[in-house]
Design a protein around this ligand. Structure first.
Ligand SMILES: Nc1nc(=O)c2c([nH]1)NC[C@@H]1CN(c3ccc(C(=O)N[C@@H](CCC(=O)O)C(=O)O)cc3)CN21
Ligand SMILES: CC(C)C(=O)C(=O)O
Ligand SMILES: [Mg+2]
Length: 288
């Protein structure tokens, strides 16, 4: 039997925190005007340890309301609560020191009025330590985005496929397939940018619409199922690591973590059943 060695050197995964070096909203905003700038790298994070492992490699971490699907086993993001977002947001901020952290505003926490949106967004920033919020919607949310931004809350917009509207949309298929839908997505993107959002997530739209948006707004666009020409890309971490079973077509799988976890657990279960775990090494006994 081959001896398994566990790498206990955590320095690669968790470099020492560098106080004061965290990526800021203005620096992200400024990427748009810089022709030399590399695309923005964003991934979702829901836990402290996940944030630690992603932080050094990412410009931005998103505490996505996709945690409803991925962590809580819900079949949409509609039931996600502000308490869930705050608990996971605070954990992610504790596990990161380099990346800028944005927290998704959950369905029902911002649509009613700009005042309700400010109350909930300010609570999210106060109780998590994150530096921005993201909310779904275009023209209908422009006033709210302006209101938050004018009062010190940086906002990322999210247009195209907006999963919180699943009950209205009926499916998660890509948007902008016909002329009218394409024009609406473009108008939404422009409204969000003009309202003062510092970045814009474009999800699940035809490539040419994403390209037209990226060319016509003055803030960085972050694509997910959008276009390689966006100013950045985002994916759900569990999807790209192969931890989540049903993934959209726009996901590239960089690993099979589910397979590796299953293999490790299978070996543990077999060793418990055969009494080959624990051994002397894992057992406390009086010395001598
Ligand atoms: N794990 C996970 N990854 C995500 O990207 C994600 C979430 N959860 N939860 C919130 C939303 C929901 N999103 C989704 C969910 C499903 C599809 C999907 O199944 N798309 C199909 C086409 C669907 C259809 O035609 O009806 C595809 O093949 O891409 C796309 C985006 C994106 N977001
Ligand atoms: C997929 C990204 C953009 C998101 O909104 C989420 O993870 O909730
Ligand atoms: Mg989301």
């Amino acid at each position: 039997m081959s001896k398994i060695t566990i790498d206990t050197d955590t320095s690669r995964a968790t470099p020492a925190p560098k106080p004061g070096k965290r990526m800021t909203v203005p620096k992200i905003r400024a990427r748009k005007g810089d022709p030399e700038a590399e695309p923005l790298v964003m991934l979702t994070a829901y836990t402290m340890r996940q944030a630690q492992l992603l932080d050094a490699h990412c410009d931005m971490l998103l505490v996505g309301d996709s945690l409803g699907n991925v962590i809580y086993g819900l079949d949409s993001t509609v039931p996600v609560t502000i308490e869930m977002m705050i608990n996971h947001g605070a954990a992610v901020v504790r596990g990161s020191w380099h990346a800028q952290v944005t927290v998704d505003m959950p369905f029902g926490s911002y649509e009613e009025s700009k005042e309700v949106a400010f109350r909930n967004a300010s609570r999210i920033l106060k109780e998590t330590g994150a530096s921005a919020v993201k909310l779904e919607g275009g023209e209908a949310m422009a006033e709210t985005i302006h209101f938050l931004n004018a009062r010190g809350i940086p906002v990322i917009g999210h247009v195209g496929l907006t999963p919180q509207a699943i009950n209205l949309l009926g499916s998660y298929r890509a948007r902008g397939r016909d002329e009218a839908e394409a024009a609406k997505v473009l108008a939404d993107a422009r409204a969000v940018a003009e309202a003062g959002a510092f970045a814009l997530v474009i999800e699940g739209v035809m490539e040419e619409i994403a390209d037209e948006i990226t060319e016509s707004v003055d803030i960085p666009t972050i694509g997910i199922g959008a276009s390689a020409k966006c100013d950045g890309q985002v994916l759900v971490t569990e999807d790209m690591l192969g931890l989540f079973e049903r993934v959209p077509r726009f996901v590239k799988r960089y690993h099979d973590l589910a397979g590796e976890m299953s293999d490790a657990v299978e070996r543990y279960a077999a060793e418990v059943r055969s009494r080959s775990f624990p051994t002397d090494e894992q057992t406390y006994r009086p010395k001598g």
